[in-house]
Design a binder for this molecule. Structure first.
Ligand code: AMP
Ligand code: ZN
Length: 462
């Protein structure tokens, strides 16, 4: 299998450290708000990676963290902690906020058929490991304590920023760039391992340097090495993590252990979306939590789409290309997926076993070529074999069997009751009530129509 390794800026043959097994770490959500469909594009790419590795015969151990402390508004350690800001916005405790958005994120992952990683770990439950890593760095002379924080000393780590290929010589501190304000730091690129002297911060732990809380970067190093070992196979995230977060993870981990941290770094490109009231090509921008172009899985559902149509849309682009989101693109993905679900009847064009094996090999090769899902989908569509689609659904996760089963199952009791209530409301000419009931049925995943016997429904998609 060939994977594009950001370290080498090229595709490389993937060879696991331990034959037959693969360890993967993916940076997970900061749980201060709902995930948007851009974040979820990255998790879909990582899910395709894990499923493809498994399809190729490897045993996968996939670890993902939940950041519930320490991620400041700027990746360069400035601004407020995102969790504290979110807690203030919602009038919740930071802990309740974290649990609320962690649960919402897990529900989104399920709606998009993203498999659960083998390990999901919360930062707040691994503070001891983060302190131990920071201590190791201090002992080895790679970190220093100042009044406001313990910092990683980037000047001591010779290959700092190799991943991002940054030219550090002319780098200016502050002004919202990659590096923070110098202040008490020895060098502009130095970054926080442990925050100190922040009496107002709500989450605090004792440490050898005083009460405080961990920096965001150290979280991922401590948790990934705990669950996967000091050198592991694959680390993923969105491309925005290359210049700061992943650069710092490498520095901390390798300085502490003296070993290479990760063999293959894989990064997903952004989901981009048109700026409001503009539709020319230049008006596309990265979907982000801080701007008004924020679309969640709930919005996708409210607009009448199956979340798996969004998954299908993502698969039709390669993970290393930008993907433009428009509702029209989602609509055509939905139409395409409906055709896949509906194509069951009739003779299979790949009846002959050797023809099937050839086609199967071709689709697998597309996936093994740096996860080329658009090619794989193109081949599957061209062959038009339901058996082949179903076999590769183990990788693509389009829920073919699941959606068909749903169609054959009787309606849930809750839906039959809503239908009865809506028929009553219509009889009584209570139109507002009948519309509200219709919307409620739609929100539960059904299409609603009006037949001669009253309300008709069918599961959306099929
Ligand atoms: P966050 O919860 O902000 O830490 O982000 C979670 C993941 O989503 C990270 O891997 C980011 O790189 C990724 N991400 C953020 N914005 C986008 C976007 N517009 N498209 C794709 N991935 C994104
Ligand atoms: Zn991370």
């Amino acid at each position: 299998m060939q994977l594009y390794n950001t370290l080498a800026r090229s595709k490389q043959e993937f060879v696991p450290i331990v034959p037959g097994k693969v360890g993967i770490y993916c940076c997970g959500p900061t749980v201060y708000n709902f995930a948007h469909i851009g974040n979820l594009r990255t998790y879909i790419f990582e899910d395709i990676l894990r499923r493809t590795l498994r399809f190729s015969g490897l045993e996968v151990r996939h670890v993902m963290n939940i950041t519930d402390v320490g991620h400041l508004e700027s990746d360069a350690d400035e601004g407020e902690d995102k969790m504290e800001k979110g807690a203030r916005r919602e009038g919740l405790s930071v802990w309740d906020l974290a649990r609320k958005y962690e649960a919402a994120w897990l529900a989104d992952m399920t709606a998009l058929n993203i498999e659960r990683p083998e390990v999901i770990c919360r930062a707040t439950e691994h503070v001891a490991e983060m302190i131990a890593l920071t201590e190791r760095l201090v002992e080895r002379g790679f970190a220093y304590a100042a009044p406001g924080a313990v910092y990683f000393d980037t000047s001591r780590f010779g290959s700092y920023a190799e991943l991002a290929r940054l030219d550090l010589s002319g780098m200016q501190a502050g002004a919202g760039g990659r590096v923070g304000v110098v202040g008490e730091k020895r060098h502009p690129n130095d970054f926080v391992l442990w925050f100190l002297d922040r009496p107002k911060h709500l989450m605090q732990w004792d440490s050898p340097w005083g009460r405080g809380y961990p920096g965001w970067h150290v979280e991922c190093s401590a948790m990934s090495m705990k669950y996967l070992g000091e050198t592991f196979d694959i680390h993923c995230g969105g491309i925005d993590h290359i210049p700061v977060h992943h650069t710092n993870e490498i520095a901390q981990s390798e300085a502490a252990t003296g070993k290479p941290f990760v063999r293959y770094w894989l990064h997903g490109e952004f989901l981009i979306i048109g700026k409001q009231d503009a539709d020319d090509d230049d008006a596309y921008t990265k979907m982000s939590k801080s701007s008004d172009n924020f679309i969640t899985v709930s919005v996708v559902k409210e607009r009448g789409f199956d979340p798996l149509s969004y998954r299908f849309l993502c698969l039709m682009a390669h993970y290393r290309s930008e993907l433009k989101f428009t509702w029209e693109n989602l609509e055509s993905a939905q139409q395409g997926l409906r055709r896949v679900y509906a194509q069951r009847s009739g003779p299979d064009p790949l009846e002959n076993d050797s023809a099937y094996e050839d086609a199967r090999g071709e689709v697998a090769r597309a996936l093994y070529d740096d996860l080329n899902t658009p090619n794989a989908v193109g081949l599957l569509s061209r062959y038009g074999s339901d058996r082949l689609w179903q076999e590769f659904d183990a990788v693509l996760g389009l829920g073919i069997a699941q959606r068909r089963l749903e169609r054959e199952e009787p309606l849930p009791e809750e839906i039959t009751q809503l239908i009865a209530a809506r028929n009553e409301a219509r009889k009584a000419k209570e139109w507002a009530k009948s519309d509200a009931l219709r919307d409620e049925i739609i929100s539960k995943g059904y299409e609603v129509g009006d037949g001669p016997q009253g309300t008709t429904v069918k599961p959306r998609i099929l």
